[in-house]
Ligand binder design. Structure first.
Ligand SMILES: NC(=O)c1ccc[n+]([C@@H]2O[C@H](COP(=O)([O-])OP(=O)(O)OC[C@H]3O[C@@H](n4cnc5c(N)ncnc54)[C@H](OP(=O)(O)O)[C@@H]3O)[C@@H](O)[C@H]2O)c1
Length: 269
């Protein structure tokens, strides 16, 4: 049990190292800012050196010596392992892994219209890229006290959404892995939780969806009109939930998937 304190400690992540896949944009980047402000050292990861350097420069200017950059594609196990090693080289270990980087190849479309390659690629780019860094980081997480994993998924796992058959399937897989890993890793006192997103502003996915006329723009515009609290959540809203789940305030929370969906939907599993 933590000491009652409405605000919690000012720097809850002091002396902690956080590795964030997909930390160079969207939710990962917003979470990086929050962990840094909370005192952590943070390794941000993405595939593009150019985008990565741009994000690193902004963070480093605000939080000097607390940030490192690792350029790696987490859908490749060797690269995910290198990302983990680079975090260890930079700051001596990993306390928190936030697995956020897994931009899917292909876009939502009816299953019957999906080229077969997109079915395979959905698994590799969305699910495998989420899981490889978690697997690669476990030996380092085991060396630390109070370590944890937070992953991202989407509410397409919880509610049948036309056009999101494969996205819903990968996302449901992450919810189940969260529960199983939480059980398996409890013996190492490593917590495992997931935040489930919906359509989220302030991300590249959002820009991609609403940038052009498309099946998905048409699909999601209808959803946007239904958000009850003045619009869709943004990446900062999702990052707040991620940081909570990684914080000492959540030290008794594991195996859970928390939806940050702006009140768009309820239920599911
Ligand atoms: N935004 C939404 O509405 C929404 C809804 C549901 C789920 N999601 C999921 O949430 C996650 C975060 O997305 P976001 O929208 O917050 O961020 P985003 O703005 O789309 O940024 C994605 C980040 O992940 C990195 N990345 C992508 N694939 C990677 C890989 N294979 N290995 C390493 N890094 C990778 C990107 O950098 P590089 O491009 O340089 O690699 C970038 O830093 C994604 O998996 C996304 O599919 C998003």
């Amino acid at each position: 049990m933590t000491t009652p304190d409405a605000t919690g400690p000012a720097r809850p992540f002091q002396d902690k190292t956080v590795a964030i896949t997909g930390g160079t944009s969207g939710t990962g980047l917003r979470a990086a800012e929050r962990f840094l402000a909370g005192g952590a050292n943070v390794v941000v990861n993405g595939r593009s050196a150019e985008r990565g350097q741009a994000a690193f420069d902004v963070l480093e200017a605000q939080f000097p010596k607390q940030v490192a950059l690792s350029i790696a594609d987490c859908s490749d196990y060797a690269q995910a392992t290198r990302m983990v090693q680079e975090a260890v080289d930079a700051f001596g270990g990993i306390d928190i892994l936030f697995s956020a980087g897994a931009s899917g190849a292909g876009s939502p479309k009816p299953f019957a219209d999906m080229p077969p390659d997109e079915i395979r690629d959905a698994v590799m780019t969305r699910f495998v890229a989420r899981m490889y860094p978690v697997h690669a980081a476990i030996p380092e997480l085991r060396k630390r006290t109070g370590s944890c994993v937070v992953m991202l998924t989407t509410d397409a796992a919880r509610h049948a959404t036309s056009g999101e058959s494969m996205i819903g399937a990968y996302a449901a897989g992450i919810i189940q892995v969260t529960k199983v890993l939480a059980r398996e890793l409890s013996r190492d006192r490593i917590r495992v939780n997931t935040v489930s997103m919906t359509l989220t502003a302030g991300t590249r996915s959002w820009e991609k969806i609403f940038g052009n006329e498309s099946f998905e723009k048409n699909l999601f515009e209808k959803a946007i009109a239904r958000f009850p609290f003045g619009g869709a959540p943004d990446a900062a809203d999702v990052a707040d939930a991620v940081v909570f789940l990684a914080s000492p305030q959540a030290s008794q929370v594991t195996g859970q998937t928390l939806s940050v969906n702006g009140g768009l939907s309820f239920g599911g599993w």
